[in-house]
Design a protein around this ligand. Structure first.
Ligand SMILES: Cc1cc2nc3c(=O)[nH]c(=O)nc-3n(C[C@H](O)[C@H](O)[C@H](O)COP(=O)(O)OP(=O)(O)OC[C@H]3O[C@@H](n4cnc5c(N)ncnc54)[C@H](O)[C@@H]3O)c2cc1C
Length: 483
């Protein structure tokens, strides 16, 4: 027997949840299929929430050290259990799962446990853990199956000595040393978290700097802070081999350098979880990178099948996954989805954290030619002094006449929250003056916007003076006639 729905969503991670809820709000009969024991996806079970819970402990430790003026030399005792650093993890995960489950129920969405696979472009078969099968048919199907860590052929991941981002938090004890291979978001976040916890961390990657998609001013500051904490970033380095002997992990680089550590974290990207979906029955195929391709409306080549979240590739964040889920269903149901694209913020929870929205300096110059850039160092504002967040800064990029904010990049405490002020200015097409003419609480880090705006507008004034100066008659320009 086949159950008929308006919308079937495969996967209950951030992308699937928002797709299902948007469908229910639009009045559809919706089913969401989840193969895992609980809802929430990678985000809740092994990704965003668990990693941020460990980060919270590391940040508290760093902040305590800093606020004591580094008088207190706090170290983790040898044999510290990872579980003791994941304070409240179970509580946070369970309450989040409960909240998602309640939200799905409240919206009348059928939650079906089992593994989904296509049997035709309009039908999905769900097999439960007991082996029972049922079929679901729908006019719209959303694939939101997420991703799993990539296992490179030369890295023997055993989840005991050589770990991936799914197994790193199942470590029993805090290691004394850790090699991290990769320099993307997950690698950089875990590298800086463990370094802050006092682990000797070496991060290795082929790239000259980590997080290549961010403004180099931010990543240079990040590397400086990372290395100041005693860690090391090995740039432009390829891995020749990784071997674990039961006591330590030996990583040999192609340069011949050998790194020995207690544990190794492999964070070299993720692969879409399309295996077992039987995409061909739906008339679909993964591309050469293993991802499902979509158009600007998140539609696959089969117009009533959408794909959202990690399964379509970068930016592969919970933030973008949720928005894609919502937008896909709005499109399918013919509803307006609002603005998109340039105002999507990015938050990276390294220590210190980094965030950006819109264009960075290089991209803005490429697209608009003449632009203005203003900076504010957190050490210039009172709150920066109080919270000892002196190394952070905010960079604002605007149109040459200051009439529009084109982008904001921030590193330092609160960056992931602060970025939303810049985002709203961009959405509202506000001029840079908005940050000067409005009042900020004192003392706040948000004042950095005012300082950056003043800096930026002073550059506009300088440029204006220079232009007027250049246009003025020669005798006025230099006070004397030049022969
Ligand atoms: C360590 C780590 C830290 C992260 N930190 C952040 C962060 O700070 N901020 C941020 O925005 N993002 C972060 N992310 C990324 C974020 O977790 C992912 O981008 C997000 O979870 C993707 O959502 P999704 O819905 O596409 O997929 P997922 O969350 O992976 O969910 C997919 C779901 O589909 C289910 N599924 C798969 N196949 C089937 C099938 N055939 N049938 C039924 N169900 C199926 C899976 O069981 C899973 O529950 C982090 C990721 C990791 C690993």
């Amino acid at each position: 027997m086949t159950d008929r729905y308006d919308l079937v969503v495969i996967g209950s991670g951030p992308a699937g949840q928002k797709a299902a809820i948007q469908g229910a709000k639009a009045g559809c009969r919706v089913a969401i299929v989840e193969r895992g024991a609980a809802v929430g996806g990678e985000c809740v079970q092994r990704g965003t929430i668990p990693s941020k819970t460990l980060r919270e402990t590391a940040v508290a430790l760093a902040s305590f050290r800093q606020r004591s003026g580094n008088v207190l030399d706090l170290q983790m005792p040898e044999g510290t259990k990872i579980s003791s650093l994941l304070t409240r993890l179970d509580e946070v995960v369970q309450s989040h799962q409960r909240y998602i489950g309640d939200q799905l129920r409240r919206n009348g969405i059928d939650l079906i446990h089992g593994r989904a696979r296509f049997v035709s472009p309009v039908e999905v078969e769900v097999q439960s853990v007991q082996g029972a099968r049922r079929r679901l048919a729908a006019g719209t199907i959303v694939i939101a199956v997420g991703s799993t860590p990539r296992v490179p052929p030369n890295v023997p991941i055993d989840h005991e000595h050589v770990l991936d981002s799914d197994s790193i938090l199942s470590l029993q004890y805090l290691p004394r040393s850790l090699t991290v291979i990769g320099a993307g978001v997950i690698a950089s976040e875990y590298a800086s978290i463990f370094a802050t916890l006092g682990v000797q961390v070496t991060m290795v990657d082929k790239a000259p700097r980590p997080l290549g998609f961010l403004d180099p001013e931010l990543t240079d500051r990040f590397v400086a802070e990372f290395e100041r904490s005693g860690a090391r970033y090995v740039a432009n380095a390829a891995i020749a081999s990784v071997a674990a002997d039961g006591i330590s992990v030996v990583t040999t680089l192609e340069s011949g350098e050998v790194l020995t550590s207690d544990k190794l974290l492999c964070a070299l990207g993720r692969v879409a979880s399309v295996d077992g979906l039987n995409l061909t029955a739906a008339g679909l195929a993964a591309n050469t990178r293993g991802l499902i391709e979509v158009d600007a409306h998140l539609r696959t080549v089969v117009p009533h099948i959408y794909a959202v979240g990690d399964v379509i590739g970068p930016p592969a964040l919970a933030t973008s996954a949720m928005e894609q889920g919502r937008r896909a269903v709005c499109h399918a149901m013919g509803l307006p989805a609002g603005l998109s694209g340039e105002t999507m913020p990015v938050g990276v929870y390294t220590i210190p954290e980094m965030a950006c929205v819109g264009l960075d300096e290089a991209a803005a110059r490429e697209r608009h030619g003449e632009i203005l850039v203003g900076r504010a160092a957190f050490r210039e504002i009172a709150r920066g002094h109080i919270s000892n967040a002196r190394d952070g800064f905010l960079k604002m990029v605007a149109a040459a006449d200051g009439s529009r904010v084109l982008g904001v990049q921030i590193i330092g405490e609160g960056a992931t929250e602060l970025v939303h002020l810049g985002q709203l200015a961009m959405i509202g097409a506000q001029p840079v003056e908005v940050f000067i003419e409005n009042i900020f609480n004192f003392p706040t880090l948000a004042e950095a916007y005012r300082v950056a705006a003043l800096d930026l507008l002073s550059r506009r004034a300088d440029a204006g003076l220079r232009l007027r100066h250049a246009a003025a008659p020669v005798e006025e320009r230099d006070g004397a006639r030049v022969p």
